[in-house]
Design a binder for this molecule. Structure first.
Ligand code: UD1
Ligand code: CA
Length: 457
């Protein structure tokens, strides 16, 4: 049996007051719609249909890697009308799951439960009891507790507004039921819209059962209609992530001050100080200490950090591999292509890019290491620059094992510094230096005896 998954994403999201279509607003660093798409992707044997309208082009362009049947709803006449546009694309037999692009945190297990409850004579709704149900459709049940309908806030009587059980909007329906009942939905209501929620009353009138599955997780069914709701949902999500990390054995100095905008996996005894942001795909070993205000990873990138690493405050690691026992920062910046072997030290105001740095080597202060290959136990003095760019092309710098680079050296690439070679401080090196040689490339010092200082006129 196939499952058609219809995601409604045509609405304008007026209350966001944004030029961006609502489903492209980001939660935990990723568009609302992509949360829904990723959860929908967990349902096997399914086809994805997304109904777009406002900003349809922008929305479609944002998801080039998904296999989606895009459906255009040119006029937004309501959620029922939106599903009607999808009807011709649905399989004759099977089940349809209806999701909302602005309800991003619904979970796979809840969707599975809804599907399991759905038969040719029963449809299933995901509901939730909310302390503040304002704005949501309310679930109507009869004396036996059976669901009989849904009434929208704007159409509800004062008495109905006191009902705490709310409609999440998410439902599962047999395709034959949908094809039969959907065309019967009218628009005689306060908003003159075709409400998908009317399907429930129509189903009951047709002798079908409606199963209301009440989830205990408010976050799972919370919709995003304005920026306050988006911010509140972001906090709930981050709180959940923080809890998950602490369960893994991570020490968070303040679980309220961490942001995970991607995937973070940690070993045991990792300690994370306040205000750190993790993005993309980050994997951290055991016994790692991360100082305050670090940004680790970028969307779409991968960072791998070994065991016993210390990352001091205010460091930025965009992408790369960091071996065991490394010490970074404060204020280090590791750009893509950085690979550090074990025991490497990268100090303050050091930037690295596309460079491999061997075991035990140190770049402790104020340096730029780009397009470089540095061997083991190399010492790079303060203020050393690999001059990798000639204005047109990039060139490589190679520094072999146990070389010593004096402070304030410019290494004009392409250039190789040999094993145990020494470069004098302040040199501009543009020729290779052989193993164990000393290179000094700076103007000779001149001392003038008894030199009279200029006098003020
Ligand atoms: C809807 C439900 C309400 C439920 C709430 C949960 C209806 C009539 N009401 O109300 O019972 O409690 O969600 O969050 O279904 N959309 C379209 N085309 C349209 C209209 C909407 O694609 O013509 C999409 C929107 O982009 C959005 C979703 O459907 O993703 C829900 O629409 P919205 O206007 O936000 O409905 P609510 O008023 O929140
Ligand atoms: Ca909504």
């Amino acid at each position: 049996m196939t499952v058609d998954i219809v995601i409604l994403a045509a609405g304008k999201g007026t209350r966001m007051r944004s030029r961006l279509p609502k489903v492209l607003q980001k939660l935990a660093g990723k568009p609302l719609l992509s949360h829904v798409l990723d959860t929908a992707g967990q349902i096997g044997n399914s086809r994805l249909h997304v109904v777009t309208g406002h900003g349809a082009d922008k929305v479609q362009q944002a998801f080039p890697d998904y296999n989606i049947n895009w459906i255009l709803q040119t006029e937004q006449l309501g959620t029922g009308h939106a599903v009607m546009q999808a009807l011709p694309s649905l399989a004759a037999e099977g089940k349809t799951l209806i999701l909302y692009g602005d309800v991003p945190l619904v979970t796979g297990p809840s969707l599975q439960t809804l599907l399991a409850e759905t038969t040719a004579s029963r449809l299933a709704l995901l509901t939730v009891k909310l302390a503040n149900p304002h704005g949501y459709g309310r679930i109507l049940r009869n004396n036996n507790g059976a669901v009989t309908g849904i009434v929208e806030e704007k159409d509800a009587s004062e008495q109905q507004k006191t009902i705490a059980e709310c409609n999440s909007g998410i439902m599962a329906v047999d395709n034959t039921v949908l094809a039969k009942l959907l065309p019967k939905i009218g628009n005689h209501n306060a908003q003159q819209e075709y409400y998908l929620t009317d399907l429930v009353e129509l189903a009951v009138a047709d002798g079908l059962q409606v199963s209301g599955i009440c989830t205990v997780s408010e976050m799972e069914v919370q919709g995003v209609n304005d920026r306050k709701q988006l911010a509140a949902l972001e906090r709930s999500w981050q709180q959940l992530q923080a809890g998950r990390l602490m369960e893994m054995g991570v020490n968070l100095l303040d679980p309220a001050r961490i942001d995970i905008r991607g995937k973070l996996v940690c070993g045991q005894d990792v300690s994370i100080d306040i205000n750190c942001i993790f993005q993309g795909d980050v994997s951290i070993g055991h016994n790692v200490d991360i100082g305050a205000n670090c940004i680790i990873g970028e969307t779409g990138s991968r960072v791998v950090i070994g065991d016993n690493v210390v990352i001091k405050p205010n460091s930025i690691i965009e992408q790369g591999i960091i071996g065991d026992d490394c010490v970074l920062g404060p204020f280090a910046r590791l750009r893509p292509g950085t690979e550090l072997a074990s025991g490497v030290k990268i100090g303050n105001f050091v930037e690295t890019k596309k460079s491999q740095i061997g075991r035990g080597s140190k770049v402790n202060h104020l340096s730029y290491i780009g397009d470089a290959e540095i061997g083991e136990n190399v010492n790079v003095g303060a203020g050393t620059i690999t001059c990798n760019y000639d204005g047109v092309n990039k060139h490589r710098t190679v520094i072999r094992d146990e070389a010593f680079i004096g402070s304030n050296t410019s290494l004009v690439a392409p250039v190789t510094i040999g094993v145990k070679a020494t470069v004098g401080a302040g040199s501009t090196v543009n020729r290779d230096v052989d193993n164990e040689e000393l290179a000094v490339a700076r103007a000779n010092q001149k001392n003038i005896k008894g030199w009279p200082r200029p006098k003020k006129k």
